[in-house]
Design a protein. Structure first.
Length: 154
């Protein structure tokens, strides 16, 4: 089953295309690689669905949902750049940044929200990726999660 078919089967609706918040572009393609700028957990109203630090203001479950919403925003950008999610050959690398209290040590469980959705949509062979999940002192506008990613594409 293709990624576009899986997206429909999972009954996932994609939010509006996110726009850069500053002086950068959302995606850069060089050869077969597509680099996506950091994405956050914006909802359909283009506002963040969560704000705050994991371990202080938000639970792991809320962070997981924020990372999952970030994955949906990433899918929107991928589709806008490629015309179809089916042109993704492999998710190569993901950098998940978590706005974390200094004592919060569950950043991998938070970023699983992104990774799990990507495997659901693309399957294991395309969707499983190399990854880092790190804590940050702060993220733009107080969002709890920002994720950048690299794809091999047709």
């Amino acid at each position: 089953m293709s990624a576009e078919e899986r997206l429909k089967e999972l009954n996932l609706s994609l939010p509006p295309t996110p726009r850069p918040m500053a002086n950068y572009v959302s995606a850069v393609r060089t050869g077969p690689l597509l680099y996506l700028a950091g994405h956050g957990p914006l909802g359909n109203d283009r506002k963040a669905i969560f704000h705050g630090k994991l371990g202080r203001d938000l639970t792991v479950e809320q962070g997981y949902e924020a990372a999952r919403q970030t994955a949906l925003n990433t899918l929107v950008t991928l589709r806008a750049e490629l015309g179809s999610l089916d042109r993704v050959r492999r998710i190569v690398k993901v950098l998940g940044m978590v706005n974390a209290d200094p004592e919060f040590h569950k950043t991998p469980q938070v970023i699983n929200g992104f990774s799990d959705l990507m495997v659901e949509v693309f399957g294991e062979s395309i969707g499983k990726h190399a990854r880092s999940a790190v804590g940050m002192a702060t993220l733009p506008n107080g969002i709890p999660v920002e994720i950048e990613s690299i794809y091999e594409v047709e």
